[in-house]
Design a protein around this ligand. Structure first.
Ligand SMILES: Cc1cc2nc3c(=O)[nH]c(=O)nc-3n(C[C@H](O)[C@H](O)[C@H](O)COP(=O)(O)OP(=O)(O)OC[C@H]3O[C@@H](n4cnc5c(N)ncnc54)[C@H](O)[C@@H]3O)c2cc1C
Length: 369
């Protein structure tokens, strides 16, 4: 029997990981508006894997994802390296450290409070005022390029194709199949459409005449700063006030103020004011002063109202499938959600022992409001 044909819109991590997971059982075509995949959110991320994240569902999905990152399947290069996180606070913020331990110690029993000497060894330029730190040494630094390349290889090995410079402009149901038109004049048909268009996911739904899910892209700023010393073995620093993190990136430091500014879906650019705020916070947290950042950028993290992802067939159109709204965790949870998506595409259900409450993920939870 011929395989059902799927067109996946978007070749960020959501589109490519889902397409790779589904590629054995479906005829897959991935279409991407830009001349290269990963140009938007997926290529602008910090690529940190940690086992606790803002919702219980996301934390569970990240734990399930770890094995793939540590033991990638055949055809994937190495996709993860160890990463140590230090969650730091000043003396007057010590209650934040206590609250963090209370919230997470049961699920992350390896968390430990470290001495001032160990703090200084792990991050020598930390301002002395930050006298308190928790070490989480069970995190990973993910390699997004190897991940995306591995997914592309798997799709191709299973007979699928990935097409760049295919911007969807129109989509109609004709009889029992979708007809998709692209800005380059091409036309494709499909049995199922997978909406993995990131910040543009609601725009795609609108084109298809499917109920939207209320996705809100939020801009986040990022900088690279040169510490002028060898920082390759330093730990990653998070302020427990949740307004700055610093991650060693090669010989530089990636710095983000953890900002969230509502944005339309767009090629996000950093605002000068946000860059200035980031530099100011970096200088407050460290003993360094910054003449100018080496590089600045911004990317969109897209959320729905409950900040959980959206995975499943939409309503009322049954052959329109969502893989969207990954906020700040679309890379770290991708091995889990891509398997869930592939199983749902195939069987419209997942095995009970996966312990996934499909309602928490379903587009219908947002479409019926
Ligand atoms: C600064 C920053 C730091 C982050 N840090 C982390 C982190 O440490 N760990 C983590 O897991 N996540 C992190 N994230 C979040 C992560 O990057 C996202 O959750 C993830 O990349 C979302 O992937 P996506 O595939 O849904 O979206 P995207 O990567 O944006 O992909 C969507 C694609 O759809 C395409 N598209 C849109 N419209 C059309 C159309 N009409 N036709 C064809 N194609 C179309 C777009 O061109 C785009 O390539 C971070 C994000 C930012 C901005």
């Amino acid at each position: 029997m011929a395989k059902a044909r799927i067109v996946v819109i978007g070749s960020g991590i959501a589109g490519l990981s889902t397409a790779a997971a589904a590629s054995e059982n479906f005829e897959i075509t991935v279409v991407e508006a830009e001349i290269q995949g990963g140009y938007h959110s997926s290529g602008r991320s910090a690529t940190i894997f940690q086992k606790n994240f803002e919702t219980g569902l996301i934390s569970r999905m990240s734990v399930i994802s770890e094995n793939f990152f540590l033991n990638p399947a055949n055809g994937y290069e190495q996709v993860a390296a160890p990463l140590h996180r230090l969650l730091v606070a000043k003396s007057e913020e010590k209650h934040l450290l206590d609250a963090y331990l209370t919230r997470w110690s049961d699920s992350l029993p390896w968390l430990r409070v470290i001495s001032n000497q160990e703090i200084a060894e792990r991050f020598p330029i930390l301002n002395n005022d930050y006298a308190h730190a928790i070490l989480d040494d069970d995190c990973l630094n993910l390699d997004i390029h190897n991940l995306l390349d591995g997914h592309r290889r798997k799709i191709r090995t299973n007979g699928g194709v990935v097409l760049n410079n295919y911007r969807l402009t129109d989509i109609q149901m004709q009889g029992r199949e979708w007809q998709l038109r692209f800005a380059n004049g091409e036309l494709l048909t499909a049995d199922i459409v997978v909406n993995a268009a990131g910040a543009w996911a609601d725009q795609i739904a609108e084109l298809a005449g499917v109920q939207k899910i209320g996705i809100q892209p939020k801009r986040r700023t990022a900088l690279l700063i040169d510490p002028n010393q060898d920082s390759r073995n330093w730990s990653t620093i998070y302020k427990l006030t949740n307004d700055l993190y610093i991650k060693p990136e090669g010989s530089l430091l990636m710095v983000s103020p953890m900002d969230e500014h509502d944005s339309p879906p767009t090629d996000a650019q950093p605002e000068m004011m946000d860059v200035a705020i980031t530099v100011e916070r970096f200088e407050e947290l460290t003993t360094m002063s910054v003449e100018r950042p080496t590089r600045t950028w911004a990317g969109l993290r897209s959320f729905v109202s409950d900040r959980n992802p959206v995975i499943g067939y939409g309503n009322p159109e049954r052959n329109f499938f969502w893989v969207a709204a990954f906020g700040g965790s679309g890379i770290l949870t991708s091995p889990c959600y891509s398997e869930v998506a592939a199983k749902l595409l195939q069987d419209r259900t997942v095995p009970e022992h996966w312990n996934i409450d499909l309602h928490e993920l379903s587009p219908e939870r947002l479409q019926n409001d």
